[in-house]
Each structure stands twice: as C-alpha cells, then as structure tokens.
Design a protein around this ligand. Structure first.
Ligand code: CA
Ligand code: CA
Ligand code: ZN
Ligand code: ZN
Length: 540
C-alpha cells in the first residue's frame, strides 16, 4: 500500500483537504483500492476522485464526498459519497456507495486514458459569453441587470455529460434573464471546441399554481414589530418577515390588526396573515424536527405576498433570496390565494433547503427529483393528506398534485415512451381538465418543455413516498411520515445525490439512507422489505 499512501500525500500536499480530513480520506482510498483492486483494473483512482468535504451524522457514521474528475477537469454535477459506518459494519445496502458501482468502474475505465478529442479549447471564455448572450437576446430572455453576488461566477471549464452520455469539455456560465415576467438565472453549457450550446437551464423553482376562501376566519395572535408608528409583520424570534407585493416592503398595519379585505385581491390583508401563519408553521417544522434554521440564522426568511396581479403560482428565488406567492385568479381557471396552502409554503421552503443542502439541477431526472422532494416536505408539514394545493382549489377543481394517486385513476392513459404530445392528446381526447401525472418509471414523460417535465415526472416518486409511508397498497408495514422524512433529510444533509442525480441514483442512495436511519429499529427487516416493494412498484 506504500504507493497508495504516496498518492494520498500528494493530493493533500496540494492543500485540497484539511489535516483532520486525511485519515478518512486515506481510509476511503484504501477501501476503494481493496474493493476494486488497482492492479486488477489498472485504474488510477486519484485521477478521477478529488476529496470535497465530509459529514458526520447523529449516529456516528461518516460520509465523505468526492468530486469526479476527467481530463483534469471537474465533471459537472457528479460527486461520489462514501459511507464509513461507526462500527465499520458494512451492510449489503451500503454496497452501492461503499465499493464502486459497475457504472462507476466503467466511467473510470472509459476515462482512464485522457479523452484526446476533449482536450483542446478552441473557444475563448469571452466568445462563450457572446454565444450565451445572443441566445437569450434572440428569445428575448435577456435582462439588463447584473447577477447578485452569490450567483455571479466566471465561466468555468468543466466536463459535462450530454444527452447521449458523452463527456464534453464545456464552458459553464451563468447569466441573468427573464422568464414569465420574473427574474431568473440561466445556466449555460457551451462546447469549448465547437461553441454549441449543449444545455441551457432556467433556475426558477415554482409550484405550478393553486386555490378557496381565506381558511376559517379565525383571529390568530402573532408576533409583530413596531416601527415609525406602524405595526410590521416581522417575527424576530423566528427570523421571519412578510412583505407586501415587493420584497423589502413590509406588510404593515396602523392598529396592529390585519383584518381588511381591501378593494381587490392584491389589497386583501388576510392573504398576508395566511402567509405569515403558514411560513411560521414551516419554519417551526424544520426547527423542531431537524433543528434546521434557514441559512443558520445568517439571513431572515423573506416571504412576499401579492406578487404580480392575480398570479396563479408561488416560487422560491435563490437570486432574490426569498419566497413569493401570488393571489391566484380566484376563478375556476386558476387558484385561490396561494398563501393559503400550508403545503405550498412547505414546498417552496423546501426548494430553498434543497438548494442549500443538496442542490439538484432543475432539469430532466434531477429536476423531477428536486420537485418531488419539495412535494414530500409539503406533505410532511401539511400532514393531514397526500395532496398538494388542496387548500387553494376553487369549486370542484382537483388539487394540484395527488401523491397517493398521481394519475388519478387514469394510469391507462400512460404508456412506455409517452411524449408530452402523446400525453396532452390523451388528456384532451378524454376531456381531462386537471393535470395527471405518471406514477411509475415506465410511464416517464419525455418532453423538452417544463425543463424536461420536472413537474410531471415528480409524480413517479410522489407515489413511492406515499407507498413507503403507508405500506397498505403493497401489503407491507409502512414506515410512517416521520421516518420517511428523516430518511430524506439524511440524504440531503450528507449530500448523497449529486446535482445531476438520476432516478436509479435516487433508489441506490435512498436504500443507503433508509438502512442507516433504521439502524436499531426492531422492525428494520420488514421495513426494508417495504422500501424495496415500493421501489419495485415504480419500476426501480
Ligand atoms: Ca388594521
Ligand atoms: Ca395538502
Ligand atoms: Zn416546485
Ligand atoms: Zn384559523
């Protein structure tokens, strides 16, 4: 093992890791080497994995994250987590992350020799920016404003996996833009040789819209502050601020009683009350359940009501650092005040949490997983049902999403290889007004819209969460909401999924997280069987 130690020292010598990291890293290396055997495969692992960070959970297990490398460049959004259990007890469920999966071995084998055709950089960074700006200008998405500090970055050269699973050397750029009238950021991946735009990812995280009247007409007591003779909606203990229409413009009242319905939806104070109450419930849930405070208390939670006019949506913007809620159109074509949905508030807040703990690129499979996890915690905070947006519906309209039955009895309309066009036609032909969603991988919808169907394919995993929590439909013992929520949080805290995680990555890592979470549980065997049955039900 002498040669391996030398390798390790070499990497540490570059100042990439702290000294406390060294032991774990070294252990990790030795385990990886013994698991695949350097001599057997002839692979140079140090060339492909660079240590990033480590995390210890509440059970004494250590997680080490590595960045995948190819041709000396970072592979965009692809990291690897290795788990060292407290007692060095490696259960079978840990196998996918402990050793290297066959996919990872082939990745290394394929990239052991440098990718000769991906070494040359013909394009300058400036030229790459010009290409990206032109693309936004053509589609009128360009915004004449600079990016906020936390999003601004220079164009990095990275290796990027394209849609055909080929790795290409690209410029990774971020530009400000406009989408649906709202500020957003666009991330570009531009081939460093040909200048081709391989991918353009829009980063607004929205709930697709929602809607009934302001809940129950109760009078609730809440904390407010007083400033310049006015009362303002600020809860200093929770670090929660509610704004009116525009972030930084506090919701205020002259006498401290927010009870006016105003002259329009936009001036109805009750929407602000609802938002204040719901965001407080969400903040309390994360604090009480996981001891998580928004940005470790370094920033307040900024929630804005009355965004735009009768807007049928809500969103989280990492750019603006806040949560935004529309008033809904109030008619059957749209939703009631979005602020009324506790699950909507939970969904949006979770997008923020995902962004902080375990960012998932908002397109394709990783985007659907991002949407799914936001729905999961929406249903953990609002734990009386398995529907999203059921408090903001108008009349007989169905809720936005149904985790118990994403396809709402219409699963016969989905088939393998469904495109968005097939799916829309099926909805139209059958006169279905509400959106229906796939509930298994075989029915995944293929589309270039909605960032690759992030709000559609999330249904597949919503079904999984429902099944694994309740167990009933698969005749297994359900894990219950609490354990399931803890498993998701365990995944996020230890960054088990990388930015561009796939559906199968999700399955592999969920099994690992469940195995760790259920450690010491008397029913572990039965519960793990439930997990596997639930995955089988969604074709994983
Ligand atoms: Ca008043
Ligand atoms: Ca709900
Ligand atoms: Zn969302
Ligand atoms: Zn009430």
């Amino acid at each position: 093992m002498t040669s391996i130690k030398k390798l390790v020292v070499g990497v540490i010598g570059l100042g990439l890791v702290s000294s406390s990291f060294a032991t774990d890293f070294e252990t990790g290396f030795e385990i990886m080497h013994s698991s695949i055997g350097m001599n057997k495969t002839g692979l140079n692992i140090a060339k492909h994995l660079e240590p990033l960070n480590k995390f210890e959970d509440n059970k004494g297990n250590t997680f080490v994250n590595y960045q995948k490398m190819a041709n000396g460049y970072k592979v965009y959004g692809e990291t690897k987590t290795i788990v060292f259990t407290k007692n060095d007890r490696f259960s079978t469920f840990l196998a996918p992350v402990l050793g290297l999966s066959s996919k990872e071995v082939s990745f290394m084998r394929d990239h052991n020799e440098d990718l000769a055709d991906q070494k040359e950089v013909k394009l300058t960074e400036e030229r790459a920016y010009t290409i990206a700006i032109r693309s936004l200008r053509v589609s009128k998405e360009l915004l004449h404003e600079s990016l906020p500090q936390h999003l601004a970055k220079t164009g990095d050269l990275v290796m990027y996996r394209d849609n055909s699973d080929n790795y290409r050397l690209v410029y990774n750029l971020m530009l400000p833009g406009i989408y649906d009238g709202l500020k957003t950021s666009y991330e570009f991946f531009i081939d460093a040789n040909t200048g081709e735009i391989i991918d353009k990812v829009r980063s607004t995280y929205s709930v697709a819209g929602h809607g009934v009247d302001l809940t129950d007409g109760h009078t609730h007591d809440f904390e407010v502050e007083k400033s310049d003779g006015k009362f303002i909606m600020q809860d200093k203990a929770r670090k929660l601020n509610v704004y009116n229409s525009r972030m930084k413009s506090f919701s205020t009242d002259a006498d401290g009683t927010w009870d006016s319905e105003g002259t329009s939806r936009k001036t109805n104070q009750k929407a602000e009350v609802e938002l204040y109450l719901n965001m407080a419930r969400v903040v309390d849930y994360f604090k009480d359940t996981f001891n998580i405070t928004w940005k470790n208390g370094k920033d307040d939670v900024h929630a804005t009501a009355h965004v735009r006019t009768n807007y049928n949506n809500a969103y989280y913007s990492s750019w603006e650092g806040g949560f935004f809620f529309g008033d809904g159109s109030g008619d059957a074509k749209g939703f009631d005040y979005l602020t009324k949905g506790l699950d909507v508030a939970g969904h949006e807040f979770t997008h923020g949490i995902i962004d902080i703990f375990m960012p998932l690129t908002y397109s394709g499979e990783s985007g659907a997983l991002n949407e799914h996890i936001a729905d999961v915690f929406g249903a953990m905070v609002d734990d009386k049902d398995w529907q999203m947006g059921d408090n903001i519906t108008i009349g007989d309209n169905k809720a936005l999403r149904n985790m118990k039955d994403p396809a709402r009895g219409h699963s016969d309309l989905f088939f393998e290889g469904n495109t968005a066009a097939d799916w829309r036609k099926a909805m139209k032909d059958n006169n279905i007004k509400d959106t229906i969603y796939p509930d298994r991988v075989k029915n995944k919808i293929i589309t270039s819209q909605d960032n690759g169907g992030v709000h559609l394919n999330s249904g597949i995993f919503n079904k999984f969460t429902y099944l694994v929590s309740t167990g009933n439909e698969i005749e297994g013992e359900g894990l219950g909401r609490k354990i399931v929520a803890a498993i998701y949080m365990r995944m996020m805290r230890s960054k088990m999924l990388s930015r561009r995680a796939s559906f199968t990555d999700f399955r592999d890592k969920w099994l690992v997280a469940a195995d760790l979470e259920l450690d010491g549980n008397d029913d572990k065997k039965a519960l793990m069987a439930t997990v596997k049955n639930a995955f089988a039900r969604i074709d994983l």
